[in-house]
Design a protein around this ligand. Structure first.
Ligand SMILES: *Cc1c(COP(=O)(O)O)cnc(C)c1O
Length: 481
């Protein structure tokens, strides 16, 4: 099966090469030329690992031994063998994606990506080590470190903004074990760290280096494809609970940043799963809400800092993949992306806007509303959710009010409430004094909800990575590894 750039069908590679390269040479994202025929009903009968293996084999057919790779990625690493459980909350359901080793939904993808990458590497006879370079605003860094820890033939270096991540997020990263990992603080903000990483990629292009560079972010199809599984898992859980019959449609509300999570839901639908409406939930950075409602994408606005930082984003990279999937027109996508680069905005043709609105609905919610939602869901349903998930609840409410749609609805939960203890405590009326670890304890005392083991055991762990550098020194740092 061939993959080509979303911007030009002439740039094509096989699925292993797509995983290895990440980004197409023209800056486009790799997409399959056509989606494979898929026995979605059979897929629903498997365990989570079998579902994952079947979906990944269909999407990445050049990579063999998928059962083994999936077992290596997931066995014993998540709280449950279901990996991503679905639980009833009020009239709706919550798909908990945060039961992995770092308590963030990125674990589902970043546990699998290293396996796909090393398999692709050996298939392509790539002898050099791969160096994964990542700038993080918190969650991606830790999930990538855990996923790549001690994976042979791969090294990983994570840069985070000094003082720009939460106390727990910093503790998660600087205590990371593994012989192939480096973690370094950069004096500057997240944009400085990300710009620095991009510059390293540019500066290294075409140079003879002892390693080949790669990235762990969701532009890589090897990070996107593993996320399709949990839509199948959740559908199956509703079937088993007698909430739906095979073939009934299910809607999903997805807290969205870079559009990877929700796009995986659309891929599940294209593989046959009876997905109804995909509800795109944003925070106060509501570029996507405006886009899905009007057809105009406009990034020319300030980036707001919110209590759901993983959704603080103005350019959602994976939206490009949706534009391609729904139009099939690489020239159009190339043109829109060029407009975004030059003008900071673009408008899609009406036909494309209508195609998007047929599949997606969009809602957004600011911090004050997210806090109200967290408080109410806890009080009325006894369910504790984090601020990202709260945006999913809010968009689902708005969707129900606007459409009256009675289709069963699943809200994706993307982080443990214990990753954002101050915002959650304050939402349920708790005292927010003290440091984040004290807040975690208090949240536990009030609610009785268990603290995830990976977070509970952070305290007192040895700090292994204490480097802090100027942003101009990032390339030197990488070369010294
Ligand atoms: C990354 C992340 C998101 C956004 O997911 P995308 O795939 O980028 O849309 C939402 N919530 C949390 C907690 C995240 O870490």
């Amino acid at each position: 099966m061939l993959y080509h750039s979303t911007r030009n069908k002439e740039f094509y590679v096989d699925s292993a090469e797509a995983v290895l390269e990440g980004l197409a040479p023209d800056g486009g994202l790799y997409m399959p030329r056509e989606l494979p025929a898929f026995d979605w009903k059979k897929c629903l009968t498997g365990t989570s690992q079998q579902m994952s293996s079947m979906i990944l084999s269909a999407l990445l057919p050049d990579i063999s031994d998928m059962d083994d790779l999936v077992a290596k990625a997931y066995t014993g690493k998540f709280e449950t063998e279901a990996l991503t459980p679905t639980v009833p909350v009020g009239e709706n359901f919550v798909l908990e994606l945060f039961r992995g080793p770092t308590s963030a939904f990125k674990d589902v993808a970043l546990s699998m990506l290293p396996q796909l990458l090393t398999a692709a590497k050996s298939l392509k006879n790539e002898k050099k080590d791969i160096l994964i370079l990542t700038a993080t605003s918190g969650d991606t860094g830790k999930a990538a470190l855990v996923g790549f820890q001690d994976v042979p033939g791969v090294r990983i270096c994570v840069f985070y903004p000094d003082g720009g991540v939460s106390q727990v997020q910093r503790a998660q990263m600087v205590t990371q074990e593994g012989s192939n990992v480096a973690v370094c603080a950069v004096k500057g903000n997240f944009d400085d760290a990300q710009t620095g990483v991009k510059q390293i990629f540019t500066q290294c292009q075409g140079k003879e280096l002892p390693f080949s560079l790669s990235s762990a972010n969701s532009i890589n199809i090897g990070r996107l494809a593993p996320q399709v599984m949990y839509y199948f898992r959740s559908y199956r859980d509703l079937l088993d609970a007698g909430k739906i019959k095979l073939g009934d449609r299910v809607n999903f509300s997805v807290p969205t940043g870079n559009f990877g999570d929700i796009l995986a839901g659309y891929l599940a639908k294209r593989l046959g799963l009876p997905v109804g409406t995909l509800i795109c939930a944003s925070n106060a950075n509501n570029v996507l809400t405006d886009f899905i409602r009007t057809g105009t994408y406009d990034r020319r606005r300030p980036l707001l800092k919110t209590t759901s930082p993983s959704m603080d984003i103005l350019v959602s990279s994976n939206l490009e993949r949706l534009l391609y999937l729904l139009s099939g027109d690489t020239a159009l996508v190339a043109d829109l992306m060029e407009k975004l680069r030059q003008d900071g905005a673009y408008t899609v043709p009406d036909s494309l806007k209508e195609a998007i609105q047929k599949e997606f609905w969009a809602g957004c919610c600011d911090d004050a509303r997210a806090a109200k939602v967290m408080g109410r869901v806890y009080k009325e349903q006894g369910y504790l959710c984090d601020p990202h998930t709260a945006a999913g609840f809010a968009a689902a409410e708005d969707y129900a009010a606007a459409t009256g749609d009675q289709t069963p609805l699943v809200i994706l939960s993307t982080a443990s409430p214990y990753k954002f203890p101050a915002a959650v405590l304050s939402a349920i009326g708790g005292d927010t004094s003290g440091d984040e670890f004290q807040q975690m304890d208090r949240l536990h005392e009030i609610t009785g909800v268990p603290i995830p083991t990976p977070l509970a055991t952070l305290r007192g762990k040895q700090e292994r990575h204490t480097d802090v550098i100027e942003k101009e020194k990032m390339l030197d740092y990488v070369m010294s590894l």
